[in-house]
Design a binder for this molecule. Sequence first.
Ligand code: GLU
Length: 507
Amino acid sequence: MKKKIRVRFAPSPTGPLHIGGLRTALYNYLFSKKHNGDFILRIEDTDKKRNIKNSINYIIKSLKWCNINYNEGYKNKGKYGPYIQSKRINIYKKYIKILIKKKLAYYSFDKKKDIIKYKKKNKNFIYNSLTRKKLNNSLVLSKDDIINNIKKKKYVIRIKTPNNKNIIFYDKVYGKININTNKIDDKIIFKSNNTPTYHFASVIDDHLMKITHIIRGKEWISSTPIHIIIYNYFKWKIPFFIHLPLILNNNKKGKISKRNINNEFPIYPIISNYKSIKIKKSYEEIGFLPDSLINIIALLGWCPNPRNNKEIYNLKEMIKLFNFKNISKSDVHLNYKKCCWINKKYINKNNKKIQLLIYNKLFKIVKKKIKKYKKKYKNIYIKNVINITKNRINVINDIWNVSYYFFINPKKIHIDKKLIKKLKKNYNKIIIFLQKIKFFFIKKRKKKIIKKFLKKIFKKYKNSIYIKTLRLSIVGKLIGINMLEILYTIKKDKIIKRINNFIKIIK
Ligand code: GLU
Protein backbone atom coordinates (compact mmCIF):
# COMPACT_ATOMS: atom_id res chain seq x y z
CA MET A 1 0.00 0.00 0.00
CA LYS A 2 1.23 3.48 -0.84
CA LYS A 3 2.26 5.52 2.16
CA LYS A 4 -0.15 8.30 3.05
CA ILE A 5 1.14 11.72 2.16
CA ARG A 6 1.55 13.94 5.18
CA VAL A 7 2.70 17.53 5.02
CA ARG A 8 2.89 20.31 7.51
CA PHE A 9 2.83 24.05 7.74
CA ALA A 10 5.06 24.97 10.66
CA PRO A 11 4.96 28.69 11.35
CA SER A 12 6.72 30.33 14.23
CA PRO A 13 4.38 32.67 16.08
CA THR A 14 6.65 35.63 15.61
CA GLY A 15 4.12 37.91 13.97
CA PRO A 16 1.14 37.95 11.68
CA LEU A 17 0.87 35.65 8.72
CA HIS A 18 2.01 37.31 5.52
CA ILE A 19 2.03 36.22 1.91
CA GLY A 20 5.22 34.14 2.14
CA GLY A 21 3.79 32.04 4.93
CA LEU A 22 0.45 31.87 3.25
CA ARG A 23 2.04 30.56 0.05
CA THR A 24 3.88 27.83 1.97
CA ALA A 25 0.62 26.89 3.68
CA LEU A 26 -1.26 26.94 0.38
CA TYR A 27 1.22 24.71 -1.50
CA ASN A 28 1.22 22.24 1.38
CA TYR A 29 -2.56 22.30 1.36
CA LEU A 30 -2.86 21.84 -2.42
CA PHE A 31 -0.39 18.96 -2.42
CA SER A 32 -2.10 17.17 0.45
CA LYS A 33 -5.55 17.59 -1.07
CA LYS A 34 -4.41 16.39 -4.45
CA HIS A 35 -3.16 13.15 -2.92
CA ASN A 36 -5.82 12.70 -0.26
CA GLY A 37 -3.16 13.24 2.31
CA ASP A 38 -3.01 15.00 5.66
CA PHE A 39 -2.23 18.64 6.17
CA ILE A 40 -0.93 19.47 9.59
CA LEU A 41 -0.52 22.76 11.38
CA ARG A 42 2.36 22.74 13.82
CA ILE A 43 3.35 25.77 15.86
CA GLU A 44 7.10 26.18 16.24
CA ASP A 45 7.42 28.43 19.24
CA THR A 46 10.84 27.45 20.52
CA ASP A 47 12.29 30.92 20.15
CA LYS A 48 10.62 32.52 23.13
CA LYS A 49 12.21 35.91 22.67
CA ARG A 50 10.75 36.31 19.23
CA ASN A 51 7.26 35.04 19.98
CA ILE A 52 4.57 37.66 19.71
CA LYS A 53 1.45 37.38 21.77
CA ASN A 54 -1.63 36.35 19.85
CA SER A 55 0.21 35.45 16.64
CA ILE A 56 -0.97 31.85 16.83
CA ASN A 57 -4.60 32.89 16.81
CA TYR A 58 -3.82 35.41 14.13
CA ILE A 59 -2.28 32.74 11.90
CA ILE A 60 -5.20 30.37 12.42
CA LYS A 61 -7.72 33.10 11.71
CA SER A 62 -5.91 34.13 8.54
CA LEU A 63 -5.79 30.57 7.23
CA LYS A 64 -9.46 30.23 7.95
CA TRP A 65 -10.26 33.47 6.16
CA CYS A 66 -8.47 32.06 3.11
CA ASN A 67 -10.27 28.73 3.37
CA ILE A 68 -7.06 26.80 3.86
CA ASN A 69 -8.19 24.22 6.36
CA TYR A 70 -5.82 21.86 8.08
CA ASN A 71 -7.17 18.49 9.10
CA GLU A 72 -4.73 17.83 11.89
CA GLY A 73 -2.71 19.97 14.22
CA TYR A 74 -2.88 22.75 16.70
CA LYS A 75 -6.29 22.94 18.36
CA ASN A 76 -7.52 20.18 16.04
CA LYS A 77 -7.64 16.50 16.75
CA GLY A 78 -4.77 14.26 15.79
CA LYS A 79 -2.83 11.40 17.23
CA TYR A 80 0.64 12.93 16.98
CA GLY A 81 0.14 15.92 19.26
CA PRO A 82 0.75 18.12 21.04
CA TYR A 83 1.17 20.24 17.94
CA ILE A 84 2.92 23.11 19.62
CA GLN A 85 6.60 22.70 20.37
CA SER A 86 6.63 24.33 23.79
CA LYS A 87 4.46 21.43 24.97
CA ARG A 88 6.88 18.83 23.59
CA ILE A 89 10.05 19.76 25.45
CA ASN A 90 10.23 16.41 27.25
CA ILE A 91 10.13 14.60 23.93
CA TYR A 92 13.10 16.60 22.66
CA LYS A 93 14.99 16.01 25.90
CA LYS A 94 14.57 12.28 25.45
CA TYR A 95 16.05 12.42 21.97
CA ILE A 96 18.89 14.75 22.76
CA LYS A 97 20.04 12.35 25.46
CA ILE A 98 20.38 9.62 22.84
CA LEU A 99 22.65 11.76 20.68
CA ILE A 100 24.77 12.86 23.64
CA LYS A 101 25.18 9.30 24.76
CA LYS A 102 26.37 8.29 21.30
CA LYS A 103 28.66 11.34 21.22
CA LEU A 104 26.86 12.59 18.12
CA ALA A 105 26.01 15.77 19.96
CA TYR A 106 28.09 17.49 22.61
CA TYR A 107 28.10 20.16 25.28
CA SER A 108 29.73 23.39 24.33
CA PHE A 109 30.80 25.60 27.25
CA ASP A 110 32.32 28.34 25.15
CA LYS A 111 31.30 31.81 26.11
CA LYS A 112 29.53 33.84 23.48
CA LYS A 113 32.19 36.51 23.65
CA ASP A 114 34.94 33.92 23.00
CA ILE A 115 33.18 32.74 19.88
CA ILE A 116 32.82 36.34 18.74
CA LYS A 117 36.55 36.79 19.34
CA TYR A 118 37.35 33.76 17.19
CA LYS A 119 35.12 35.06 14.48
CA LYS A 120 36.82 38.42 14.56
CA LYS A 121 40.25 36.86 14.35
CA ASN A 122 39.31 34.47 11.63
CA LYS A 123 36.59 35.58 9.29
CA ASN A 124 35.98 32.05 8.08
CA PHE A 125 35.71 30.60 11.54
CA ILE A 126 33.21 27.75 11.73
CA TYR A 127 32.58 25.70 14.83
CA ASN A 128 32.98 22.17 13.43
CA SER A 129 35.36 19.22 13.03
CA LEU A 130 38.13 21.55 11.86
CA THR A 131 38.08 23.74 14.97
CA ARG A 132 36.21 22.06 17.78
CA LYS A 133 39.28 20.33 19.18
CA LYS A 134 40.68 23.70 20.22
CA LEU A 135 37.46 24.85 21.84
CA ASN A 136 35.77 24.36 25.16
CA ASN A 137 33.44 21.40 24.78
CA SER A 138 32.67 17.93 26.01
CA LEU A 139 34.54 16.32 23.13
CA VAL A 140 37.85 17.61 24.46
CA LEU A 141 37.35 17.96 28.22
CA SER A 142 37.84 15.20 30.75
CA LYS A 143 34.83 13.46 32.24
CA ASP A 144 35.24 15.27 35.57
CA ASP A 145 35.53 18.65 33.91
CA ILE A 146 32.45 17.97 31.89
CA ILE A 147 30.42 17.05 34.98
CA ASN A 148 31.72 20.09 36.79
CA ASN A 149 31.02 22.42 33.93
CA ILE A 150 27.52 21.12 33.45
CA LYS A 151 26.82 21.92 37.08
CA LYS A 152 28.39 25.33 37.15
CA LYS A 153 28.49 26.77 33.69
CA LYS A 154 26.10 27.81 31.02
CA TYR A 155 26.22 25.50 28.05
CA VAL A 156 24.55 24.71 24.77
CA ILE A 157 24.40 21.41 22.93
CA ARG A 158 25.78 21.23 19.43
CA ILE A 159 25.36 18.61 16.75
CA LYS A 160 28.66 16.95 15.84
CA THR A 161 28.83 17.24 12.09
CA PRO A 162 31.01 14.65 10.36
CA ASN A 163 34.38 15.65 8.94
CA ASN A 164 34.65 16.30 5.23
CA LYS A 165 31.56 14.49 4.13
CA ASN A 166 29.31 15.45 1.26
CA ILE A 167 25.70 15.71 2.27
CA ILE A 168 23.67 15.18 -0.87
CA PHE A 169 19.94 15.52 -1.26
CA TYR A 170 17.55 15.93 -4.14
CA ASP A 171 15.23 18.83 -3.82
CA LYS A 172 12.13 18.48 -5.95
CA VAL A 173 12.46 22.06 -7.15
CA TYR A 174 16.18 22.81 -6.99
CA GLY A 175 17.48 19.37 -7.92
CA LYS A 176 20.67 17.85 -6.57
CA ILE A 177 22.20 19.76 -3.70
CA ASN A 178 25.59 18.85 -2.37
CA ILE A 179 27.14 20.52 0.65
CA ASN A 180 30.39 19.52 2.29
CA THR A 181 30.24 19.29 6.07
CA ASN A 182 33.48 21.20 6.44
CA LYS A 183 31.52 24.23 5.30
CA ILE A 184 28.81 23.91 7.88
CA ASP A 185 28.58 24.70 11.53
CA ASP A 186 28.05 22.29 14.41
CA LYS A 187 24.68 23.98 14.86
CA ILE A 188 23.34 24.55 18.33
CA ILE A 189 20.46 22.15 18.76
CA PHE A 190 19.74 22.75 22.44
CA LYS A 191 19.96 26.18 23.98
CA SER A 192 21.32 27.17 27.37
CA ASN A 193 17.77 27.38 28.72
CA ASN A 194 17.43 23.66 28.06
CA THR A 195 15.04 23.98 25.14
CA PRO A 196 15.68 22.85 21.58
CA THR A 197 16.38 25.08 18.64
CA TYR A 198 14.27 24.98 15.51
CA HIS A 199 16.64 22.56 13.75
CA PHE A 200 16.35 19.84 16.32
CA ALA A 201 12.69 20.26 17.26
CA SER A 202 11.51 20.34 13.67
CA VAL A 203 13.38 17.17 12.68
CA ILE A 204 12.13 15.28 15.72
CA ASP A 205 8.59 16.45 15.06
CA ASP A 206 8.67 15.79 11.33
CA HIS A 207 9.78 12.25 12.08
CA LEU A 208 7.34 11.57 14.91
CA MET A 209 4.48 13.18 13.00
CA LYS A 210 5.30 10.97 10.00
CA ILE A 211 5.78 13.89 7.62
CA THR A 212 6.54 12.61 4.11
CA HIS A 213 7.20 15.88 2.26
CA ILE A 214 8.70 19.06 3.61
CA ILE A 215 7.52 22.06 1.62
CA ARG A 216 8.99 25.36 2.83
CA GLY A 217 10.81 28.50 1.78
CA LYS A 218 14.17 28.40 0.05
CA GLU A 219 15.82 30.12 2.99
CA TRP A 220 15.85 26.72 4.70
CA ILE A 221 17.92 24.95 2.02
CA SER A 222 21.17 25.78 3.79
CA SER A 223 19.86 24.25 7.02
CA THR A 224 18.71 21.06 5.35
CA PRO A 225 22.12 19.29 5.56
CA ILE A 226 22.01 19.71 9.35
CA HIS A 227 18.54 18.22 9.37
CA ILE A 228 19.72 15.33 7.21
CA ILE A 229 22.62 14.69 9.58
CA ILE A 230 20.15 14.46 12.47
CA TYR A 231 17.93 12.05 10.50
CA ASN A 232 20.98 9.95 9.73
CA TYR A 233 22.16 9.89 13.33
CA PHE A 234 18.80 8.47 14.37
CA LYS A 235 18.74 6.20 11.30
CA TRP A 236 15.37 7.67 10.33
CA LYS A 237 13.91 7.81 6.86
CA ILE A 238 14.55 11.18 5.26
CA PRO A 239 11.45 12.92 3.86
CA PHE A 240 11.32 14.61 0.47
CA PHE A 241 12.32 18.24 0.37
CA ILE A 242 10.60 20.87 -1.71
CA HIS A 243 11.96 24.38 -1.30
CA LEU A 244 10.08 27.34 -2.69
CA PRO A 245 11.56 30.40 -4.40
CA LEU A 246 11.81 33.57 -2.38
CA ILE A 247 9.22 36.27 -2.74
CA LEU A 248 11.15 39.47 -3.12
CA ASN A 249 10.39 42.89 -1.88
CA ASN A 250 9.08 45.34 -4.43
CA ASN A 251 12.28 47.34 -4.13
CA LYS A 252 14.11 44.12 -5.00
CA LYS A 253 16.16 44.39 -1.84
CA GLY A 254 15.90 41.08 -0.10
CA LYS A 255 13.07 38.80 0.76
CA ILE A 256 9.92 39.88 2.47
CA SER A 257 9.82 39.41 6.18
CA LYS A 258 7.03 39.16 8.66
CA ARG A 259 9.05 41.16 11.12
CA ASN A 260 8.90 44.04 8.77
CA ILE A 261 5.18 44.45 8.88
CA ASN A 262 4.97 48.19 8.67
CA ASN A 263 6.48 48.39 5.24
CA GLU A 264 4.42 49.06 2.23
CA PHE A 265 3.23 46.43 -0.17
CA PRO A 266 3.94 43.55 -0.54
CA ILE A 267 4.59 42.75 3.08
CA TYR A 268 1.00 43.09 4.10
CA PRO A 269 -0.27 40.63 6.59
CA ILE A 270 -3.41 38.78 5.61
CA ILE A 271 -6.20 39.92 7.90
CA SER A 272 -6.83 43.10 9.83
CA ASN A 273 -6.06 43.93 13.42
CA TYR A 274 -6.24 40.97 15.67
CA LYS A 275 -6.31 41.69 19.38
CA SER A 276 -2.88 42.90 20.38
CA ILE A 277 -1.46 42.67 16.86
CA LYS A 278 -1.89 46.08 15.34
CA ILE A 279 -1.52 46.15 11.62
CA LYS A 280 -1.47 49.16 9.42
CA LYS A 281 -2.68 47.47 6.30
CA SER A 282 -3.78 43.97 5.57
CA TYR A 283 -5.09 42.32 2.43
CA GLU A 284 -8.48 41.96 4.04
CA GLU A 285 -8.57 45.59 5.04
CA ILE A 286 -7.52 46.86 1.65
CA GLY A 287 -10.28 44.83 0.12
CA PHE A 288 -8.80 41.75 -1.46
CA LEU A 289 -11.20 38.84 -1.53
CA PRO A 290 -9.99 35.58 0.01
CA ASP A 291 -10.47 33.55 -3.17
CA SER A 292 -8.62 36.08 -5.24
CA LEU A 293 -5.80 36.34 -2.72
CA ILE A 294 -5.36 32.58 -2.89
CA ASN A 295 -5.27 32.80 -6.66
CA ILE A 296 -2.67 35.58 -6.51
CA ILE A 297 -0.51 33.72 -3.99
CA ALA A 298 -0.73 30.44 -5.89
CA LEU A 299 0.84 32.03 -8.94
CA LEU A 300 3.80 33.36 -6.95
CA GLY A 301 6.28 30.77 -8.08
CA TRP A 302 3.98 28.16 -9.52
CA CYS A 303 2.61 28.00 -13.04
CA PRO A 304 -0.47 25.76 -12.98
CA ASN A 305 -0.43 25.18 -16.69
CA PRO A 306 2.62 26.30 -18.69
CA ARG A 307 0.84 25.57 -21.94
CA ASN A 308 -1.64 28.40 -21.62
CA ASN A 309 -1.81 31.91 -20.21
CA LYS A 310 -4.73 31.30 -17.93
CA GLU A 311 -4.33 33.15 -14.67
CA ILE A 312 -7.64 32.73 -12.91
CA TYR A 313 -7.95 29.45 -11.02
CA ASN A 314 -10.28 28.37 -8.28
CA LEU A 315 -9.15 26.15 -5.46
CA LYS A 316 -10.52 23.00 -7.05
CA GLU A 317 -8.64 23.60 -10.28
CA MET A 318 -5.47 24.36 -8.35
CA ILE A 319 -5.70 21.12 -6.41
CA LYS A 320 -6.15 19.20 -9.63
CA LEU A 321 -3.20 20.85 -11.36
CA PHE A 322 -0.76 21.14 -8.49
CA ASN A 323 2.66 19.62 -9.03
CA PHE A 324 6.22 20.43 -8.05
CA LYS A 325 7.42 20.32 -11.64
CA ASN A 326 5.99 23.71 -12.44
CA ILE A 327 7.40 25.50 -9.44
CA SER A 328 9.97 28.05 -10.50
CA LYS A 329 13.54 28.03 -9.29
CA SER A 330 13.96 31.75 -9.66
CA ASP A 331 12.80 34.19 -7.05
CA VAL A 332 9.53 35.93 -7.67
CA HIS A 333 8.26 39.47 -7.38
CA LEU A 334 4.81 40.41 -6.39
CA ASN A 335 3.33 42.74 -8.92
CA TYR A 336 0.70 44.95 -7.36
CA LYS A 337 -0.93 45.79 -10.66
CA LYS A 338 -1.41 42.12 -11.40
CA CYS A 339 -2.81 41.51 -7.94
CA CYS A 340 -5.37 44.22 -8.57
CA TRP A 341 -6.19 42.81 -11.97
CA ILE A 342 -6.88 39.40 -10.47
CA ASN A 343 -8.88 40.84 -7.60
CA LYS A 344 -10.98 42.82 -10.04
CA LYS A 345 -11.83 39.64 -11.91
CA TYR A 346 -13.13 38.15 -8.68
CA ILE A 347 -15.04 41.27 -7.75
CA ASN A 348 -16.83 41.13 -11.07
CA LYS A 349 -17.42 37.42 -11.01
CA ASN A 350 -20.81 36.43 -12.30
CA ASN A 351 -22.06 34.74 -9.17
CA LYS A 352 -25.08 35.97 -7.26
CA LYS A 353 -23.85 34.91 -3.85
CA ILE A 354 -20.47 36.56 -4.29
CA GLN A 355 -22.06 39.67 -5.73
CA LEU A 356 -24.35 40.03 -2.75
CA LEU A 357 -21.45 39.59 -0.38
CA ILE A 358 -19.40 42.20 -2.19
CA TYR A 359 -22.33 44.55 -2.46
CA ASN A 360 -22.87 44.38 1.31
CA LYS A 361 -19.24 45.22 1.94
CA LEU A 362 -19.30 48.14 -0.46
CA PHE A 363 -22.53 49.42 1.01
CA LYS A 364 -21.06 49.36 4.50
CA ILE A 365 -18.00 51.33 3.43
CA VAL A 366 -20.02 53.96 1.61
CA LYS A 367 -22.51 54.28 4.46
CA LYS A 368 -19.67 54.81 6.92
CA LYS A 369 -18.11 57.52 4.80
CA ILE A 370 -21.43 59.28 4.30
CA LYS A 371 -21.85 59.30 8.04
CA LYS A 372 -18.36 60.66 8.48
CA TYR A 373 -19.26 63.58 6.23
CA LYS A 374 -22.54 64.02 8.10
CA LYS A 375 -24.58 63.49 4.94
CA LYS A 376 -27.80 61.61 4.41
CA TYR A 377 -28.78 59.61 1.37
CA LYS A 378 -31.51 57.11 0.67
CA ASN A 379 -30.39 53.50 0.45
CA ILE A 380 -31.75 53.25 -3.05
CA TYR A 381 -29.51 56.13 -4.18
CA ILE A 382 -26.46 54.52 -2.55
CA LYS A 383 -27.30 51.24 -4.20
CA ASN A 384 -27.59 52.87 -7.58
CA VAL A 385 -24.24 54.64 -7.20
CA ILE A 386 -22.55 51.41 -6.16
CA ASN A 387 -23.99 49.63 -9.16
CA ILE A 388 -22.76 52.19 -11.64
CA THR A 389 -19.29 52.64 -10.16
CA LYS A 390 -18.48 49.13 -8.96
CA ASN A 391 -16.79 47.99 -12.14
CA ARG A 392 -14.08 50.62 -11.60
CA ILE A 393 -12.72 49.19 -8.38
CA ASN A 394 -9.79 46.83 -8.02
CA VAL A 395 -10.12 46.30 -4.30
CA ILE A 396 -13.18 46.75 -2.11
CA ASN A 397 -11.78 49.85 -0.45
CA ASP A 398 -11.55 51.66 -3.77
CA ILE A 399 -15.30 52.18 -3.73
CA TRP A 400 -15.20 55.57 -2.02
CA ASN A 401 -12.50 56.84 -4.36
CA VAL A 402 -14.60 56.05 -7.38
CA SER A 403 -17.92 57.22 -5.99
CA TYR A 404 -17.33 60.06 -3.52
CA TYR A 405 -18.50 62.73 -5.94
CA PHE A 406 -21.99 61.31 -5.88
CA PHE A 407 -22.17 62.13 -2.20
CA ILE A 408 -19.95 65.09 -1.41
CA ASN A 409 -18.82 68.16 -3.27
CA PRO A 410 -15.26 67.90 -4.55
CA LYS A 411 -13.00 69.53 -1.98
CA LYS A 412 -10.47 70.62 -4.53
CA ILE A 413 -10.48 71.08 -8.26
CA HIS A 414 -7.47 69.27 -9.70
CA ILE A 415 -6.61 71.27 -12.72
CA ASP A 416 -3.26 71.40 -14.46
CA LYS A 417 -1.51 74.32 -16.13
CA LYS A 418 -2.08 73.08 -19.64
CA LEU A 419 -5.78 72.91 -19.08
CA ILE A 420 -5.92 76.32 -17.44
CA LYS A 421 -4.32 77.76 -20.54
CA LYS A 422 -6.88 76.12 -22.78
CA LEU A 423 -9.64 77.16 -20.47
CA LYS A 424 -8.60 80.78 -20.58
CA LYS A 425 -8.43 80.70 -24.32
CA ASN A 426 -11.95 79.33 -24.67
CA TYR A 427 -13.35 80.95 -21.57
CA ASN A 428 -16.46 82.54 -23.03
CA LYS A 429 -17.50 79.47 -24.94
CA ILE A 430 -17.00 77.29 -21.95
CA ILE A 431 -19.11 79.51 -19.74
CA ILE A 432 -21.91 79.44 -22.29
CA PHE A 433 -21.75 75.69 -22.36
CA LEU A 434 -21.79 75.37 -18.59
CA GLN A 435 -24.64 77.87 -18.25
CA LYS A 436 -26.65 75.94 -20.79
CA ILE A 437 -26.34 72.81 -18.76
CA LYS A 438 -27.05 74.66 -15.56
CA PHE A 439 -30.20 76.33 -16.86
CA PHE A 440 -31.44 73.13 -18.25
CA PHE A 441 -31.17 71.57 -14.82
CA ILE A 442 -32.85 74.50 -13.11
CA LYS A 443 -36.11 73.53 -14.78
CA LYS A 444 -37.80 70.40 -13.59
CA ARG A 445 -37.12 67.60 -16.02
CA LYS A 446 -37.67 63.95 -16.29
CA LYS A 447 -34.73 61.60 -16.69
CA LYS A 448 -35.66 60.85 -20.27
CA ILE A 449 -35.63 64.51 -21.23
CA ILE A 450 -32.32 65.08 -19.44
CA LYS A 451 -30.86 62.22 -21.39
CA LYS A 452 -32.05 63.57 -24.67
CA PHE A 453 -30.86 67.07 -23.95
CA LEU A 454 -27.45 66.00 -22.75
CA LYS A 455 -26.90 63.74 -25.69
CA LYS A 456 -27.72 66.58 -28.00
CA ILE A 457 -25.55 69.11 -26.26
CA PHE A 458 -22.67 66.68 -25.95
CA LYS A 459 -22.83 66.10 -29.67
CA LYS A 460 -22.70 69.80 -30.30
CA TYR A 461 -19.88 70.39 -27.82
CA LYS A 462 -17.83 67.42 -28.87
CA ASN A 463 -14.59 69.17 -28.11
CA SER A 464 -13.10 67.49 -25.09
CA ILE A 465 -12.41 70.78 -23.34
CA TYR A 466 -16.13 71.24 -22.61
CA ILE A 467 -16.64 67.82 -21.19
CA LYS A 468 -13.42 68.16 -19.25
CA THR A 469 -14.51 71.36 -17.59
CA LEU A 470 -17.91 69.92 -16.85
CA ARG A 471 -16.27 66.89 -15.33
CA LEU A 472 -13.94 69.05 -13.28
CA SER A 473 -16.82 71.04 -11.92
CA ILE A 474 -18.79 67.98 -10.86
CA VAL A 475 -16.06 65.47 -9.94
CA GLY A 476 -13.12 67.75 -9.16
CA LYS A 477 -10.82 65.51 -11.20
CA LEU A 478 -10.60 64.29 -14.75
CA ILE A 479 -11.67 60.82 -13.75
CA GLY A 480 -14.93 59.08 -13.13
CA ILE A 481 -17.58 57.16 -14.93
CA ASN A 482 -19.45 58.26 -18.02
CA MET A 483 -20.40 61.93 -17.73
CA LEU A 484 -23.99 61.37 -18.84
CA GLU A 485 -24.46 58.77 -16.15
CA ILE A 486 -23.08 61.17 -13.57
CA LEU A 487 -25.47 63.90 -14.61
CA TYR A 488 -28.52 61.65 -14.55
CA THR A 489 -27.69 60.45 -11.10
CA ILE A 490 -26.58 63.43 -9.02
CA LYS A 491 -29.43 65.63 -7.82
CA LYS A 492 -29.95 68.68 -10.02
CA ASP A 493 -29.56 71.30 -7.28
CA LYS A 494 -26.16 69.82 -6.49
CA ILE A 495 -25.14 69.96 -10.11
CA ILE A 496 -26.14 73.58 -10.35
CA LYS A 497 -24.25 74.42 -7.16
CA ARG A 498 -21.10 72.72 -8.36
CA ILE A 499 -21.22 74.42 -11.75
CA ASN A 500 -21.71 77.80 -10.08
CA ASN A 501 -18.83 77.10 -7.82
CA PHE A 502 -16.62 76.13 -10.71
CA ILE A 503 -17.48 79.23 -12.69
CA LYS A 504 -16.47 81.30 -9.66
CA ILE A 505 -13.16 79.49 -9.37
CA ILE A 506 -12.13 79.90 -12.97
CA LYS A 507 -13.01 83.55 -13.17
N1 GLU B 1 9.27 27.55 11.84
C1 GLU B 1 9.85 27.73 10.57
C2 GLU B 1 9.36 29.06 10.01
O1 GLU B 1 8.57 29.73 10.62
C3 GLU B 1 9.45 26.60 9.64
C4 GLU B 1 10.52 26.11 8.78
C5 GLU B 1 10.17 24.75 8.21
O2 GLU B 1 9.11 24.64 7.57
O3 GLU B 1 10.91 23.81 8.43
O4 GLU B 1 9.76 29.48 8.96
